[in-house]
Design a protein around this ligand. Structure first.
Ligand code: HXC
Ligand code: NAP
Length: 292
């Protein structure tokens, strides 16, 4: 069985990298990555840049994306433009897309990676808490996709990869908001694939499992004993890492996936098939539902 590629837990670049795909797979392409300043989005930006891509990384915090862009450019020698936006604000997205087009002249790839999540029992989740996650994950994905379509993809084609999750596939405790939001994004992937396919736009979802060294994993309980034991009970008996998710995103964004659209690529070591989901888990994780 293949060993996982090396990774580092922090939002830092890999100290060394061994190419598995052709190093010029994304040569001179431009990728716009929401949530690209941290976690999975940061590693996607790095791996794309190591394959010849220029990147735009965009999230709410300008200091965060600016520091990330400096690290990414230093490690890869490629250009990375950091921009501030909230995916809930169409005006801010429009300004960012226009700035990216001014800087690079084109955008080939959109990675919708921005998201928000926390653990909370459905019975105590406020309407605004549910709405907030729907607004960031689902509406945010639509907003960025629609604006990039209007500004560039409609006339030039493009590739969209939506980062989702398997939470909603079987239903998971404490996650009605995130599971609903990500399931809606998977539906959006299929709708947009059908509607925009004739304009040479491919749209796919990538659904990671639990990924080490990420905010998302911390918010689901991190390395606490109960969750760890359940991870070890999954088919590949381990967490995934950010580089594994980035490699899958690279595949979907590249010509290797030229005939793929409207699909959900699950990259979770098979864990959604077996992950225990009983009320015992609720008891284990309740302490993590405190506001983060
Ligand atoms: C219950 C909560 C809560 C919590 C916030 N709220 N945190 N409710 N438990 N832990 C409620 C608030 O009380 C409020 O409702 C509403 O949500 C909005 O809260 P704000 O703080 O005003 O929202 P905002 O500033 O927009 O921040 C969004 C956020 C925040 C999602 C709440 O945590 C954030 O910015 N997250 C981004 C980073 C992140 O979450 N990364 C992990 C992504 S991982 P009321 O009713 O009081 O007004 C991921 C994994 C998915 O998505 C799958 C894993 C397998
Ligand atoms: P993360 O580091 O917290 O990434 C989320 C990013 O989204 C942050 O960079 C954040 O930056 C940005 N963001 C949040 N709200 C935003 C908004 N309103 N507008 C613009 N940007 C916003 O978490 P992660 O764990 O790496 O998660 C990355 C993606 O993978 C998410 O889509 C998540 O749902 C998915 N996922 C993660 C796991 C996991 O185990 N980690 C599992 C399944 C799916 P700012 O705070 O600067 O805005």
């Amino acid at each position: 069985m293949a060993q996982p590629p090396p990774d580092v837990r922090e939002d830092d670049c890999l100290p060394e990298y061994h190419h598995l795909f052709c190093p010029d797979l994304l040569q001179d392409k431009v990728a716009f990555i929401t949530g690209g300043g941290s976690g999975i989005g940061f590693r996607i930006a790095e791996i794309f840049m190591r394959h010849g891509c220029y990147t735009v990384i965009a999230s709410r915090s300008l200091p965060r994306v600016s520091m990330a862009a400096r690290k990414l450019a230093a490690a890869t020698g490629q250009r990375c433009l950091p921009l501030s936006l909230d995916v809930r604000s169409p005006l801010a997205i429009t300004a960012a897309v226009e700035q990216a087009l001014k800087e690079f002249g084109k955008i080939d790839i959109l990675i919708n990676c921005a998201a928000g999540n926390f653990l909370c029992p459905a019975g105590t989740l406020s309407s605004n808490a549910f709405k907030t996650v729907m607004d960031i994950d689902t509406l945010g994905t639509f907003n960025v996709s629609r604006i990039l379509y209007e500004k560039f993809f409609r006339d030039h084609g493009g590739v969209i990869v939506n980062i989702t999750a398997t939470l909603g596939t079987r239903g998971q405790v404490l996650q009605v908001h995130a599971g609903s939001a990500k399931a809606a994004v998977d539906a959006m992937t299929r709708h947009l694939a059908v509607e925009w396919g004739p304009q040479n736009i491919r749209v796919n979802s990538l659904a990671p499992g639990l990924i080490s060294g990420t905010e998302g994993f911390q918010r689901l309980g991190g390395l606490q004993a109960g969750l760890n034991a359940k991870v070890l009970a999954s088919p590949l008996k381990r967490l995934g890492n950010k580089t594994e998710i980035a490699h899958s995103a690279l595949f979907l964004a590249s010509p290797l996936a030229s005939y793929m659209t409207g699909a959900v690529l699950v990259v979770d070591g098979g864990s959604w098939l077996t992950f225990p989901n009983d009320v015992g888990l609720l008891a284990d994780l309740t302490s993590f539902s405190a506001k983060l």
